[in-house]
Design a protein around this ligand. Sequence first.
Ligand SMILES: Cc1cc2nc3c(=O)[nH]c(=O)nc-3n(C[C@H](O)[C@H](O)[C@H](O)COP(=O)(O)OP(=O)(O)OC[C@H]3O[C@@H](n4cnc5c(N)ncnc54)[C@H](O)[C@@H]3O)c2cc1C
Length: 442
Amino acid sequence: MPSATNTLQPGEAWRHLDIAVVGGGIGGLAVSISLRRAGHKVTIYERADFAGEVGASISCAANGVKWLREWEVDIAKGDGVYLRQLINRDWESGEPVSVYDLNDYEEKWGHPYYMFHRQDMHKMLMDTALQSEGAGTPVKLIVNHKTVDLDTENGTITFHDGTKAQHEAVIGADGIGSNIRKLIGIQVEKRPADSSCLHANVTTEQAVKLGLPDYSKDSAIEYWGGHHTFNKIVLSPCNSGTLLSYYCFFPREKGDFSEQKWDASSTVEDLLAPYPDLDRQVLGHLGIGQEIRPWRLWVHEPYSHWQKGVACIMGDAAHPMMPDQSQGACMAIEDSAALGLVFSKDLYPGSVREALKLYESVRHPRATKVQAASARARENIHERIGFSDNTDNPLYKVKDEQKKLTITEMNSYDMREDIRSKWPEGWPASANGVTANVINGN
Ligand SMILES: Cc1cc2nc3c(=O)[nH]c(=O)nc-3n(C[C@H](O)[C@H](O)[C@H](O)COP(=O)(O)OP(=O)(O)OC[C@H]3O[C@@H](n4cnc5c(N)ncnc54)[C@H](O)[C@@H]3O)c2cc1C
């Protein structure tokens, strides 16, 4: 017999659910871990076979690492760089003009700031999701399954080959070009950004052999330019510093890659062309750049809603953002944490639909603020978390002090408290305590 600890009306008691996740990227894997740990059966449907995960860095600040630790992800597998500084350098001379010290970051915020290689981060999440060790039932991963249709009322997914699967909830983690987003009725308003981006990889070993600076020693994200201009170079070291991942931004009129696919390639000439006056040392690094790829930049307006019926979206599908706050992955991890919590025994509000509404009410405002701040940081590095706290620097200037994103709000955010504060109005006070009903005896 089901036993109830509280009388939660309206709605049903917590129970094990059968949940589908569409998309097996960083967001899809992260949410499958948090839902597995919350006691649910999770199946990921991924359209590809994963051979194509891109070779670039990805940053994970304390607000992301916090959840990786809570989920017992083996972070050592990520072979990350433990970041100690953010360094903004002069465009021409390369001299540091603003440094944000991260040496006391872990002490202050409880968790470190890592820079991973995307493939390593993907692998460490996939291992945690699929392995038999750890809390919950191992996640089932089904590759080469492209979702083409969805019934948002009964959770039936249709795949490209006409086969179908039905689940009690469907999470769309299918990235910036999300199909689930379209299927839950969102009209996308987007425009190409005013800037373009090329990404290149440089090996530290090759740079040092040529007598170029060993930037890996700084354990820093390093920036050239970015002061009220579209020109900016971002260097992020990964793979324990052996690989330097360069994001090179410039005005779109100097090269428009907005329609290109990530697997398109570019040349060293394309990479160097926009930067005749750039610091010669970093230009030397770019001159030996490999795997040069365009990164399409589109500015998306916030979406009207993130859920419909028993389906929702998360990660880049829900809030694609400019890369300039380095928060894309962390926001996908936070979405995952929120979904795990609203489907947990402690915070389940009594139905799948209510849980998804609660998730949206918690995540939409925070992710939208980060999305807007990322767009501002595209043009002005002082808006970037960390530098936005550097108010003593004479160069410091943000558009609106009230709207700026601070390191404190990013890293001292209490998601459980936020969920409690957004608990559906008129629902039982007992839930605000908060303990939802539990059946199935555990
Ligand atoms: C080159 C690059 C560098 C980045 N660097 C950073 C960084 O430094 N810091 C940071 O925070 N963020 C960074 N980002 C952004 C970050 O990677 C994303 O915000 C984060 O990974 C969340 O992505 P996601 O899982 O929502 O989507 P994705 O990673 O795009 O994953 C979506 C998945 O869904 C699958 N899929 C798509 N459509 C379907 C369908 N119809 N059916 C089934 N499966 C489908 C795709 O194949 C893919 O595996 C970077 C992104 C790129 C491309």
